[in-house]
Design a protein around this ligand. Structure first.
Ligand SMILES: [Ca+2]
Ligand SMILES: [Ca+2]
Ligand SMILES: [Ca+2]
Length: 319
């Protein structure tokens, strides 16, 4: 009984507040657009984008009547084999239920969210095809542009469909990635590139997990983490090692799941399994393990790279 009285009182107060605010609306001259007059967002550029990995294109929109409030739009993927790791729309903000993300707590399907600033008459939204070295087929995704969250903006026709085609990046650059399992990142492995004598370091990768060296097309000037540059034709030394267990102990002992992945960017990739070379008992250099490194000879001849296992003299990569 008491509950009902309170509830009725509350509703009564709400009605009075509503009447007051309606009255005050009629008293001023501010033009409140009925919902049918909300700004309409229209496409003004291409609706099919073809973008090479590592490059960016734009989706260009016009907004029919700029408003004093920010609005939100969503690009909702509806089909295709490219996922959020392959392309980024806007500044990358998204709802992604697979990873428990919903920044506006509004529910609804997954997609990239773009904020349209107040007073915008147009907006140009970047679409980035994410760079990777992996040789792969072309990727594609179809997304639908829709209003989102506060629904201050309406999209022409209720939605605009865009097709984003992602072209595999291909080059004569070489990527060498040395990985030992994300769960063992506290253990310190290192990757280094030396000249043919094995005594002068050209470049090293010491601070990552995985470590990688990228041999690009510009000149190397200083030895630094991952720095890329062109190499003159000749033979070089790749030195892949465990520096230290870094105080980590493992019970039971483990073989670290080490791989050396050699990729002629976008073209040829070889994953060399080194899963039996390093373990938690023998450790690395700092633990006095004499077999703490794997050594390879890397020969560059024009745009062809050959990697030979120094122990067995077996060719493990050519491309
Ligand atoms: Ca890709
Ligand atoms: Ca690729
Ligand atoms: Ca390291």
């Amino acid at each position: 009984m008491m509950k009902n009285i309170i509830k009725n009182k509350y509703i009564g107060l709400m009605l009075i507040a509503g009447l007051v605010s309606m009255t005050s609306c009629e008293d001023d001259n501010f033009n409140h657009s009925p919902s049918g007059d909300k700004p309409i967002v229209s496409n003004v550029g291409a609706t099919t984008l073809t973008i090479t990995e590592g490059s960016t294109a734009t989706i260009d929109l016009s907004i029919s009547s700029p408003i004093s409030r920010e609005g939100y739009l969503r690009f909702r993927p509806v089909s295709g084999n490219a996922d959020f790791s392959d392309y980024v729309i806007g500044d990358g903000e998204k709802i992604d239920y697979a990873n428990g993300e919903d920044p506006y707590h509004t529910g609804g399907p997954e997609g990239y969210i773009v904020k349209v600033p107040a007073y915008s008459g147009s907006i140009s939204i970047p679409v980035e095809a994410v760079f990777d070295v992996t040789p792969e087929g072309n990727e594609s995704v179809t997304v639908v542009l829709e209003t989102y969250n506060n629904r201050e903006l309406l999209v022409n026709g209720g939605g605009i469909t865009y097709t984003i085609n992602i072209t595999n990046y291909v080059s004569n650059e070489l990527d060498i990635t040395f990985a030992w399992g994300d769960e063992y990142c506290a253990v310190d492995f290192d990757l280094e590139l030396y000249d043919g004598s094995g005594s002068t370091e050209i470049v090293h990768s010491w601070g990552g997990c995985p470590e990688f060296i990228y041999i690009g097309t510009s000149d190397i000037t200083t030895a630094d983490d991952h720095e890329n540059g062109a190499l003159a034709d000749g033979t070089y030394v790749i030195f892949a090692s465990m520096y230290s267990l870094s105080g980590q102990s493992f019970n039971p002992p483990v073989n670290f799941p080490v791989t050396l992945t050699v990729t002629k960017v976008g073209q040829i990739q070889e994953v060399i399994d080194l899963g039996t070379h390093w373990n938690s008992v023998d450790g690395g250099y700092a633990q006095g393990n004499p077999d703490y490194a794997k050594i390879y000879l890397l020969t560059k001849s024009g745009t062809t790279y050959t990697l030979v296992d120094y122990e067995t003299m077996e060719t493990v990569f050519q491309g």
